[in-house]
Ligand binder design. Structure first.
Ligand SMILES: *Cc1c(COP(=O)(O)O)cnc(C)c1O
Length: 424
């Protein structure tokens, strides 16, 4: 299909999700295609932070733990996120960072698997998984006297077969990220989980690039554990706490190693010995970050605001339309670039990775300079996220228009665009 700018404007006019863009404060004149890395500022956040800071913290001080139910905030926001990922109330909690929650769930899953089958001592993950996930797994296996095996899942013969090929009789836990952070490749949660279970291992999912962007049903998939990120598609703000979920079948038996007082059954009994709080509450460790949780709640509310319009399914439909249009336009107008992400919409998340005979880092910087924000992922990928809550079809058109201009003029070759900043 050949797109025109006018056709994009018409699609936006018909878009029932279009009004949700008003829930954000977006900088004038910037097309923000990096909400997969840091979601934009929800319009409600400044007012809520002002209230929580001046009234709750400033006036009511420590009594706010009771009067404003600060202690319950991790559960309240957790219950809201649960609605987005097919989890039940009370099963999911917001606490700590994704990396720290990964350490808890990988360790808990490893212990559960070994309790059932002591010979299973291996964690399997993908070599291309997000490095923090691999570093955490490395640390856990070192402490637990287990091992980590990194594999390549070759989807050619079907993903179930690929999983069965790489999971052995020694495997205790499989740790995978549903949507690959670089390529956007998306795995079928249910199919992969079923294959892992058939091999006798437990399944841990990282939903960092899934939650809030693609329909996730943890119960339907029958997963064992999951973690996800608060500051990407959930728009919770820089360093927002992450979420952690465990299937209720493990609630009684699971133990995580970071035993802090707020994961205790009775924190204010001040007992010398640890007794875990029931279920997912025992996955808390220390005092929750109230200001960050207040901001995250506003972010999660922006995603829940789509519920009257069809919820995550409607967001997903728009996101695949946006990414498909982007691929079409890049094919047409930037022939030197190659789409790394799967071309079949069902096989990718909400982001598109491009590469080609260009310095992808400089390409992204030249685009940022022209008002289009994407990011670069080493070694060679320019990455663009399409968050359907606030990205319009006309933004896709304009972004590719500027991309084509940067390539045709070779503006990316300007030396200033090659200067690497610490964060890419
Ligand atoms: C973003 C991301 C993380 C982030 O972890 P933090 O502890 O929040 O820094 C972890 N895993 C994956 C797959 C991610 O995409």
């Amino acid at each position: 299909m050949r797109w025109t700018r006018q056709a994009c404007v018409a699609l936006d006019a018909d878009d029932v999700l279009g009004e949700l863009r008003g829930l954000f404060i977006l900088p004038e004149g910037r097309i923000y295609l990096d909400g997969n890395s840091l979601g934009p500022l929800p319009a409600a956040v400044p007012g809520v932070l002002q209230r929580v800071a001046t009234q709750e913290w400033g006036e009511d001080l420590i009594s706010s733990w009771n009067t404003h139910e600060w202690l319950q905030l991790p559960q309240r926001v957790g219950d809201k996120i649960a609605r987005l990922v097919g989890a039940g109330p009370g099963e999911l909690i917001v606490t700590d960072s994704t990396s720290i929650n990964l350490a808890k769930v990988v360790s808990a899953a490893l212990s559960l698997a070994r309790d059932r089958s002591p010979h299973r001592t291996e964690i399997v993950s993908e070599r291309t998984n997000f490095p923090s996930d691999l570093y955490v797994a490395e640390g856990v296996v070192r402490m637990a006297g287990a091992s980590l095996r990194l594999v390549h899942l070759d989807p050619a013969g079907g993903i179930s077969a690929a999983v069965s090929d790489v999971v052995s009789d020694d495997t205790a836990v499989v740790l995978l990220t549903q949507v690959d952070y670089r390529t956007g490749r998306m795995l079928d949660l249910a199919e992969v989980t079923a294959a892992v279970h058939r091999s006798g291992a437990l399944m841990v999912w990282d939903l960092a690039h899934s939650a809030g962007a693609v329909p996730v049903d943890l119960h339907a998939a029958d997963a064992d554990f999951a973690v996800g990120c608060g500051y990407k598609y959930l728009n919770g703000g820089p360093g927002a706490p992450s979420f952690v979920w465990m299937h209720p079948r493990w609630a009684a038996a699971a133990r995580q190693p970071l035993q802090g007082w707020l994961g205790h059954e009775q924190p204010f009994a001040f007992d010398a010995g640890y007794r875990p709080a029931p279920g997912i509450l025992g996955f808390q460790a220390g005092t929750p970050p109230i200001l960050s949780l207040a901001a995250l709640e506003c972010g999660v509310d922006t995603v829940l605001a789509a519920e009257p319009f069809g919820g995550v399914a409607a967001l997903r439909a728009k996101s695949t339309a946006l990414t498909s249009m982007f691929i079409d336009l890049v094919d047409e107008r930037c022939p030197i670039l190659r789409t790394v992400s799967p071309r079949a919409a069902a096989e990718r998340g909400s982001q598109i990775a491009l590469t080609g005979d260009v310095d992808a880092y400089a390409l992204v910087q030249a685009l940022v300079d022209r008002g289009v924000t994407g990011d670069f992922r080493a070694p060679e990928v320019a990455r663009f996220g399409f968050a359907p809550l606030y990205i319009r079809f006309v933004d896709v058109w304009d972004a590719v228009d500027r991309l084509a201009e940067v390539i045709d003029s070779e503006a990316w070759r300007e030396p200033r665009f090659a200067q690497r900043a610490p964060v890419t």
